[in-house]
Structures are given as structure tokens and as C-alpha cells.
Write a protein that binds this ligand. Structure first.
Ligand code: UD1
Length: 375
């Protein structure tokens, strides 16, 4: 699809991160100007240094999205904003509560406070599938169930949610109309970000769009950040000849979407005339179990003998299954996931082989365990 207007000036908050860097490349290729506002947090960017994959033609401003004056000056001359700046670990959000609420929600509030004075045409924010909590399920009579919940200490009775009569439920594709079920602090903050965007943008003559992302993966993922991104976590373990550690029984399902497909979705959300006011699921449309992914990744990394360790323990705030319905993004935005997962894993493995990944997974797990958040 053609851009409405080439050479737009875009601001990407958190643009030095994994998704932002890929999106920056795609936007520059289309002739846009890209400015990045990023605080280069230590957990993602070792030593607070700009990452190597950051395109030299992007303008990088180092600053915090909660800093009103940094945001004000970053917005000067900007046509559209992509809001990616956020803390992104579900498990970590359950104890670093003030940090997550502050960066994610106060950050979005500060951004909009400044946008009131300096409005742009469109704001596209990165929301998350986490806001659904458990996805949609079907019961044994074929009826859709929206309010599946996990019982405490699920392991003893099986990990999958059951209906009110204790009968099994089967995951069904989850569309955007499913009501939110906010099961982690991270999810709460993402939902607030989404609502702030979709409420404030139109109130001030701007267009707001929210993309609910499933599990993004690909080269450039933060390998040494043990708090999110199961593929990066597993890759970092395997790279250091350690077995991936799997929560629960490993049969929880996730949809892994290649970061280039995510970047494509942002481009469409920025340019498409039918995007404004919308929330769209962005995923590959192809779900698989965490265990299968661990085995496939070990093979792709040339370590087929390293069997994952199934811990039988659950991480607080995790959901069991949420598989996506991407029909709306396909129909309205013309989105389609182009990248094949098996090829994507090979590409990820090749990239990991060239990296120095510090394995901090045990450390992260101890932090959760010390607070009773893995049981
Ligand atoms: C969560 C959010 C997602 C968000 C992403 C990044 C939910 C349901 N999803 O994804 O919207 O975009 O964080 O912020 O809240 N796992 C292991 N071993 C590990 C690490 C993880 O088995 O060492 C398991 C987890 O228990 C989980 C799955 O792998 O079942 C995926 O975990 P992770 O990559 O952290 O992402 P989500 O929690 O799915």
C-alpha cells in the first residue's frame, strides 16, 4: 500500500529497543524521517550504550518518556508517534510494581500531556495480548467461554483452565471483542496505556491506534534480559550450554510473531486510513507449545541433545493459553504474517551464535522465587 504522504516525520518512543529498531529500518526505507526517544535502560541495553542494530540515519535522543521537557522537545515538528517505551516483563511487573506503573502509565500520561499542546496526526501504541488474560475457550458443548480462569496451584489438578463445572476447555482464537481480564501488573498497565491513547487522541483531534502484540521474536531480541521473551531466554541458556527451564508442563501455547511482521503491522497502522480508533491483534496466526519451541530452538542452534528442564512450577501472572484471531487486522489493515517460524528460528540461531549473551535466567528466577512468585 502507498503511504498517504511520503517523508513524514515520526517519533518512536522506546525506539532503540527490539521492535523499535526493526520499525526504524522499515520506516527509513520508505523515506520517512525517524526520531527516537529512548532512555536506554540497563536491563535491555548493557552499559546504557546505544545498540549496534540502531540505524545511523535515525536521530537518537536519550531521555525518559516521563520527562516532560524531553518529550516536549522530541515532539517538535513530528507528524506521527509510535509509542513503544515500556517495561515489558510480566513476572517482574508483579514485584517491581511502582516502576512498571510509572514507566508505562505515567509515561503515557506525560506523552499525552505534551501532545495536548503539540498534537500530531496519529499515535500508534504497542498494546499486548496480555490484556485478554486467558484467551477465549470452547466448552465441551461447543459454547464460547470468555471468563476462563486458572485455579490457584493448578499443577495438582492439571494446568488448563476448566469451566464452572470443572469440565475441560479447549482454546479458541481470541478476537478483539473478548473482554479484558487483567492478570498481571504488566497487563493492567498496558490496558491503561491503550485506553489513554484511544480516549485522548480523538479528544484532541488526533488519530489513535492500538496494536495488541503476541510474542514478538527475531534477531536483535534482548538476549541478556531474563525477564521477558521466552525465545531469547531459551536462546541465551542454550548458547551457554544450559537447558531451557520450562514453567508449568510446557504445554502452554503461544503465538510467536516475527519482528519484521510486527514492524509491517506498525507501518500499516501508521498509514492505513481505516486504522484510526481501532485495536488490532497482531500475531502469526500459528500457535505452538512452549516445549515444542524449546526443542525446535535447540535443534536450530545445533544443540539437539540439550533437553529442556520441565520445572512443574508456575510463574505468577502467566496465562495458560491465548491464541489469536488476526482476522480484523487482515481485513481492515491488509496485514498478513509473512515470516515462516522454522526459518525465523534458524535466522535467530545464526544471530545468537554471533552474540555474547550473559545468562541471567537463574538470577531472575531467584528474584521471583524469593517473593513467592514461582510456585
Ligand atoms: C508476555 C505477555 C505478552 C507480552 C510479553 C512481553 C502474557 C500472556 N503475555 O508474554 O503480551 O508481549 O510478555 O512483555 O502476559 N517461560 C518458560 N521459561 C522461561 C521463560 C518463560 O517456560 O524461562 C514460559 C512462560 O511461563 C510462558 C511462556 O514461556 O508460559 C512465554 O513467556 P514470555 O516470553 O515471558 O512471554 P509471555 O508471558 O507469554
Amino acid at each position: 500500500m502507498e503511504a498517504e504522504r511520503v517523508g513524514e516525520r515520526l517519533l518512536i518512543t522506546g525506539g532503540a529497543g527490539f521492535i523499535g529498531r526493526h520499525l526504524t529500518h522499515a520506516l527509513l526505507r520508505r523515506g520517512h524521517y525517524v526520531r527516537i526517544l529512548d532512555s536506554l535502560i540497563e536491563q535491555v541495553h548493557a552499559n546504557g550504550a546505544p545498540p549496534s542494530g540502531l540505524h545511523a540515519d535515525a536521530e537518537l535522543r536519550i531521555g525518559d518518556v516521563r520527562d516532560a521537557s524531553a518529550v516536549r522537545s522530541a515532539l517538535e515538528g513530528i507528524d506521527k508517534v509510535v509509542h513503544l517505551a515500556a517495561e515489558v516483563g510480566v513476572g517482574q511487573s508483579m514485584y517491581a510494581v511502582d516502576r512498571y506503573v510509572s514507566v508505562n502509565d505515567l509515561g503515557t500520561a506525560v506523552l499525552f500531556q505534551q501532545l495536548i499542546d503539540q498534537p500530531v496526526r496519529r499515535v500508534v501504541m504497542a498494546s499486548s495480548m496480555s490484556i485478554y488474560g486467558e484467551g477465549l475457550y470452547r466448552d465441551t458443548d461447543g459454547r464460547l467461554v470468555q471468563d476462563a480462569v486458572r485455579l490457584p496451584r493448578m499443577g495438582a489438578v492439571g494446568w488448563d483452565p476448566v469451566d464452572r463445572q470443572g469440565r475441560p476447555l479447549v482454546p479458541a482464537p481470541t478476537p478483539e471483542w473478548k473482554q479484558p481480564a487483567l492478570a498481571s501488573v504488566y497487563a493492567i498497565t498496558k490496558y491503561a496505556q491503550e485506553r489513554l491513547t484511544l480516549t485522548l487522541a480523538p479528544a484532541y483531534g488526533m488519530e489513535g491506534v492500538a496494536l495488541r502484540l503476541w510474542n514478538a521474536y527475531g534477531p536483535g531480541q534482548a538476549l541478556s534480559n531474563p525477564y521477558t521473551g521466552v525465545l531469547a531466554i531459551f536462546a541465551s541458556r542454550l548458547h551457554n550450554n544450559q537447558p531451557p527451564m520450562i514453567f508449568e508442563d510446557g504445554l502452554q501455547r503461544r503465538d510467536f510473531v516475527h519482528v519484521e511482521d510486527v514492524a509491517q503491522a506498525f507501518m500499516l497502522a501508521l498509514e492505513h486510513p481505516r486504522a484510526p480508533g481501532g485495536v488490532f491483534n497482531i500475531a502469526s496466526g500459528d500457535d505452538r507449545t512452549v516445549s515444542d519451541v524449546a526443542v525446535l530452538l535447540a535443534a536450530a542452534m545445533g544443540r539437539p541433545g540439550v533437553a529442556p528442564e520441565i520445572t512443574g512450577k508456575a510463574r505468577a501472572g502467566d496465562i495458560r493459553h491465548c491464541i489469536p484471531d488476526i482476522g480484523l487486522a487482515q481485513e481492515v489493515l491488509g496485514y498478513s504474517a509473512r515470516r515462516d517460524f522454522t526459518e525465523g528460528l534458524v535466522e535467530l540461531a545464526e544471530w545468537v551464535a554471533q552474540q555474547q549473551a550473559v545468562d541471567r535466567v537463574q538470577h531472575a528466577r531467584r528474584e521471583l522465587e524469593a517473593r513467592g512468585l514461582v510456585a
